[in-house]
Design a protein around this ligand. Structure first.
Ligand code: MRU
Length: 349
């Protein structure tokens, strides 16, 4: 299984996902701004991976501001700057805020900055390790809801590359494969940046999990003709009513699944829930550079200067979602009640 990042001698080393599948190159981040840039450029991407990278970036940032008279104030500025890198995936703010809260608590206990930095490094390593464990638990719950001889369609990349390992949607697929109940995965290529073709097809193919690549506009026809019996995708932010933001195109896949009577599942850890927003209408949707649509890598594929709409995510309404697979089990409608129960459970842990 491919690795997305590692913490090496006080530096965050990231796999450059923009070069996959053609080249394996690593980026060594010595300061938090390099991690922020990597998040903006999608060198590291996928909600849980962004969260873990942000946790390490907070440790790097703390080191950079350790000698400031107002250490906590300076660290808060790092936090505020870091979370502007990408607006939709809530895991980014979740991890940065968690680290800042830890620093605040230790500062209150009169710990000097160098000890706080060590604690932030340890916490980031714990977030990283936990993410893999969470994904494996989610994978088991998800595999249970898939039918035997599962033929699964997925969109974007919610795999080992989008997390610290195993994956969310692809974690479910990996677990189903390990149980011998997976027949085939159809992977949407995921325009404009091809996370499905470059990343999902790559990691499943590498791990010898049966995968067939399709372009996005083939999804509905593939559902009709290839016996798709489940859709499983990841998430970037889930509102308190179950509305879910994920890679642009997910909403269309959910509509097509509904039309064909195919169950549509979201797989996401609890760090992807945003309990503070009541519906998906409040989720900020990132809009990216028009040239991502006008060009394919360096090649121009549309008139220079043509108007472009390039939202990186869309929101699938809760009523199209059959179930939300988490590390605590599978949530089903009514989502407002089930998500409120989840929030209450988390507050007691
Ligand atoms: O723009 P990206 O590549 O970061 O978008 C990623 C997705 O939309 C994933 O499906 C989502 O983050 C879940 S990853 C486990």
């Amino acid at each position: 299984m491919v690795e997305t990042m590692r913490w090496e001698q006080g530096k965050l080393v990231l796999l450059d996902q923009t070069l996959l599948p053609n080249k394996i190159e690593w980026i060594s981040c010595e300061d938090y701004l390099r991690v922020k840039l990597a998040i903006e450029r999608l060198e590291v991407r996928g909600a849980p991976a962004i969260g873990a990278a942000a946790a390490f970036a907070m440790a790097l940032g703390a080191r950079e501001v350790a000698d400031k008279p107002d250490f906590l104030g300076a660290l808060d500025a790092v936090r505020a700057d870091l979370i502007t890198a990408r607006p939709t995936a809530v895991n980014l703010a979740w991890a940065a805020n968690l680290q800042y809260e830890l620093a605040t608590k230790l500062n209150k206990d009169d710990l000097p900055p160098f000890k706080i930095i060590k604690a932030l490094e340890a916490k980031a390593e714990q977030i990283y390790a936990n993410d893999i464990a969470i994904n494996k638990r989610m994978g088991e719950y998800g595999a249970d809801v898939l039918p035997d001889k599962a033929v699964v369609l997925t969109h974007c990349n919610a795999g080992a590359l989008a997390t610290c390992g195993w994956g969310t949607a692809l974690g479910v697929i990996r677990s189903a494969y390990a149980q011998g109940k997976l027949q085939m995965v159809y992977a949407d290529e995921t325009r404009p940046l091809l996370q499905g073709a470059r990343l999902t097809a790559f990691e499943l193919y590498e791990d010898k999990i049966p995968v067939t690549l399709i372009t996005d506009n083939m999804a509905a026809w593939t559902m009709r003709t290839k016996g798709i019996n489940a859709v499983v995708v990841g998430a970037d932010r889930i509102a308190a009513n179950g509305d879910t933001a994920n890679k642009i195109g997910t909403y269309g896949v959910a509509l097509a699944a509904k039309a064909h009577g195919i169950p549509f599942y979201i797989a996401a850890p609890t760090s992807t829930f945003d309990f503070s927003i009541s519906t998906g209408a409040q989720i900020p949707i990132e809009e990216r550079q028009p040239d991502e649509v006008r060009r394919f890598r360096s090649e121009q594929t549309a008139p220079e200067g043509v108007e472009v709409f390039n939202p990186a995510f869309d929101v699938t309404p809760a009523e199209l979602i059959t179930g939300i697979i988490t590390e605590y089990g599978v949530l089903r409608a009514p989502y407002v009640e089930r998500i409120k129960e989840l929030k209450d459970t988390l507050s007691t842990i």
